[in-house]
Ligand binder design. Structure first.
Ligand code: XMP
Length: 517
């Protein structure tokens, strides 16, 4: 298959570049940026993209590239750091700006080269995120675009078929970003559009069969979309006897979750589904604990203990461990392809000791690690999962525990489950659910005064949260209409008398996070 090779320097949007290339129907492969030429998977490579990075090219430890790639004769496009890398490597100069160009920035094209042939205007709003600038071009390179701050926004060396852009064409906010990538991949590189979800599935299946051989695979089902999609992929790729699905009921799940998961797995023809009711252990472990990080640790450890014990009980210790890790989980945990990314937050499913031990032994399978959530949903449908499962909102590993501020108890979980069920059912019936990335209720650790009939009461305070997002890395508040909010609020306080007050969270991410803990 034709492909575009992406050299990753640890930029947060490297996978987004890959994803955009896939959107064009072209296969792409991401490799660490510093791989030596002889180790690069060059077969079928029609072009090379150099990614962004959190580093400056002049910084010690900045990721470098095997300069022999510049002599391959394959078209090259450098993006942000990649643009600066090309400049620095070929005799140009990169210097700190003293301030950042960040966010929307107008770019004016000074020359219409092949890279910009699909842009219908000579000026457009790009997306920038850089604190360095190319201050001297290498020989043979000429400017083809400038930003409003009169900084170089793009260059080309036609003879070497090398382009560089300071802006991020992969960012969704970049006007004509897709046109730039399409011009590069299709017009300049001549890559054929051979990639689609079906070809992804057949390649994954082949790889899975080859890797797994006759061993067993254990998959922990969380109830979320990702693990269900991995289950569907495993069950349709391997003999049913090899696939063990384990579902740990922590008591921290949403209403009806366990039943729904059980039904959908049965529908996929799963033979070994192990459901472990560990809710008592989780409630006991969380008793008296208020600190959010401690809660996460306790839940993560318990998850692992229960999983280990169950695996030992079933005698399937030497199995592969499959996970529904997505690319966004990896970048937040600092496991970007090139290992140059920064850690934002450690998701327990990415770095638990059990997973790390399996990783050291080469027994981890993460078939979704290059995909974004919406691609996973398309994959799930393609694999035959019901729409209802596929379109479910993401749910955090620690479950309702991070949505109950303060101590977690069975009673609070039950209260929150009832409220959450009402909220989500209302969003569905008002045709809002599918427009929202994630919606849920949060039980606050305060009581407030209310009246009920003639009596004063101290009721619980419930926060409603609904956000729009593409990948959970950033999120906007979803603007639920005021009438809808008022009706949902009265419904909740009427049906659940323990809740005396409902508030709506109007914070975006950043500075807030999607969850409250
Ligand atoms: P935050 O709250 O960091 O969440 O904005 C981003 C996305 O990640 C989910 N989330 C988690 N998922 N384990 C998970 O598997 C976790 O510990 C965890 N914490 C947050 C959250 O629901 C949102 O979709």
């Amino acid at each position: 298959m034709d492909k575009i090779l992406i050299l990753d320097f640890g930029g947060q949007s490297t996978q987004l570049i890959g994803r955009r290339i896939r959107q064009l129907g072209v296969y792409s492969e991401i490799v660490p940026g510093d791989v030596r030429l002889d180790a690069l998977p060059l077969e079928g490579a029609r072009g090379i993209i150099l990614s962004g990075s959190g580093y400056s090219v002049y910084e010690p430890g900045a990721p470098s590239v095997d300069r022999a790639i510049y002599e391959l004769g394959v078209p090259i496009l450098g993006i942000c750091y990649g643009f600066q890398r090309i400049a620095a490597d070929q005799g140009g100069k990169v210097e700190p700006l003293g301030r950042k160009e960040f966010g929307r920035a107008r770019v004016t094209l000074t020359e219409r080269t092949a890279l910009f042939a699909r842009i219908p205007e000579m000026s457009f709003l790009s997306w920038m995120s850089h604190g360095d600038s190319v201050t001297k071009f290498p020989n043979g390179f000429s400017a083809i675009g400038r930003s409003d701050n009169n900084l170089p926004a793009a260059f080309v060396n036609e003879e070497k078929r090398t382009w560089g852009v300071q802006f991020h064409p992969e960012a969704s906010h970049c006007q004509y970003g897709m046109e730039v990538l399409e011009a590069f991949a299709i017009d300049i590189c001549g890559a054929r559009r051979e990639w689609n979800m079906r070809s992804f599935i057949s390649a994954k299946r082949e790889k899975l069969r080859e890797r797994v051989g006759a061993r067993k695979v254990v998959l922990l089902i969380s109830g979320g979309v990702d693990s269900c999609v991995v289950a569907a992929l495993l069950l349709t790729s391997l003999p049913g006897d090899q696939v063990h699905l384990m579902y740990i009921d922590t008591g921290l799940m949403r209403e009806g979750e366990s039943e729904e998961v059980r039904e959908s797995l049965a529908g996929l023809g799963a033979r070994h589904v192990h459901v472990v009711d560990a809710s008592e252990r989780f409630y006991a472990g969380l008793a008296g604990v208020e600190d959010p990080e401690q809660k996460r640790r306790i839940i993560g450890d318990l998850f692992m203990n229960v999983q280990e014990q169950e695996i030992a009980r079933l005698g399937i210790e030497n199995s592969f461990l499959a996970q529904g890790t997505l690319y966004t989980d990896l970048i937040e945990s600092g496991r970007g392809v090139g290992n140059k990314a920064n850690v934002i937050k450690t998701h327990h499913n990415v770095r638990s000791p059990l997973v790390e031990a399996a990783r050291r032994r080469g027994l981890i399978i993460e078939p979704l690690a290059s995909l974004y959530k919406d691609e996973v949903r398309v994959l799930g449908l393609e694999l035959g999962l019901p729409q209802r499962i596929v379109s479910r909102h993401p749910f955090p590993g620690p479950g309702l525990a991070v949505r109950i501020l303060g101590e977690v108890t069975r009673e609070k979980c039950e209260l929150l489950r009832r409220a959450d069920l009402l909220f989500l059912a209302e969003l569905r019936s008002r045709a809002l659910y599918d427009r929202i990335w994630q919606a849920f209720c949060v039980l606050l650790p305060v009581r407030s005064v209310g009246v009920s009939g003639d009596t004063r009461r101290y009721g619980h305070v419930l926060a409603l949260r609904a956000v729009a997002s593409l990948d959970a890395i950033t999120a906007d508040v979803y603007p639920i209409g005021m009438t809808d909010l008022l009706e949902i609020s009265s419904l909740i306080t009427n049906r659940i008398p323990e809740i005396g007050r409902v508030v709506y969270d109007v914070s975006s991410k950043p500075p807030a996070t999607i969850e409250w803990e």
